[in-house]
Design a protein around this ligand. Structure first.
Ligand SMILES: Cc1ncc(COP(=O)(O)O)c(C=O)c1O
Length: 231
């Protein structure tokens, strides 16, 4: 079967390759610690399983509104208020099947052919592939130990071109575990605001922090985001 040309440009996920290899070695009896896919070593907690089973038994098995169940969207709005002190309307919330799905759809909705998306490296491996699938061009900013794997507004300025559409920020980061502080995020947010660059903020690991730092960072960053939206 001949697949579409755009599929041929996609690089297979190295995370999944490592995970498969670790599984293979474990099956052969090796003592393996897998650092590939972020799979918890415990089962889904019982209260979640029970609630899901209860919902199915109660007939929640039908089509939902495309953008998500109203009560779920309301719960997300409440979460953003509680944790980030931000005001959103349910109409501004879209629910998807996980971050990978939502990010894919986002780039499909945002990018025209040739639009550039800045991705600080190292990065979660799916970002560039999702950008390419949408006809966009990933532009990497290399970071290292010296900069604690963070970018600054100056780094951004060097990577930006008239084609730049968006910047992906992941804090806390996969794979480095780095977290931006409020002071570090502000100039980046201001730069994007002034240069009409969208920030795609992947906060999937928001709760995987052990010092409370991220809530401050997110709140501040979100203030700029709100400013941007209203701009
Ligand atoms: C930074 C980052 N964003 C998004 C995802 C995808 O998340 P989901 O499992 O919700 O599709 C991952 C999963 O590894 C990730 O590390």
């Amino acid at each position: 079967m001949q697949l579409a040309k755009r599929v041929e440009t996609i690089t297979p996920s190295s995370t999944l390759a490592i995970t498969a290899k670790a599984g293979e070695l474990a099956a052969q009896g090796y003592d393996v610690i897998g650092l590939g896919a972020g799979q918890p070593d415990f089962n889904t907690p019982d209260f979640i399983i029970d609630a899901a089973m209860e919902a199915v038994k109660n007939g929640h098995t039908k089509y939902t509104p495309t953008a998500g169940l109203p009560e779920l969207k309301k719960a997300i709005v409440d979460k953003l208020k509680r944790d980030q002190q931000l005001d959103f309307e349910p109409s501004q919330v879209i629910v998807g099947n996980g971050a990978k799905h939502v990010l894919y759809l986002l780039f499909q909705a945002l990018l025209n052919p040739g639009d550039e998306v800045i991705i600080p490296a190292p990065y979660w491996v799916s970002y560039p592939e999702q950008v390419k699938l949408a006809g966009g061009i990933p532009v990497h900013i290399t970071t290292g130990e010296q900069s604690q794997f963070k970018i600054t507004a100056d780094d951004l300025d060097k990577a930006v071109s008239p084609k730049t559409k968006a910047l992906i920020l992941t804090s806390p980061s996969n794979p480095t575990g780095m977290i931006y502080s409020k002071e570090e995020l502000q100039p980046i947010a201001d730069y994007c605001l002034n240069h009409n660059i969208l920030i795609v903020s992947d906060e999937i690991y928001e709760k995987l922090v052990y010092n409370g730092n991220i809530l401050l960072g997110c709140t501040n960053f979100r203030e700029s985001e709100t400013k941007y939206r209203d701009h």
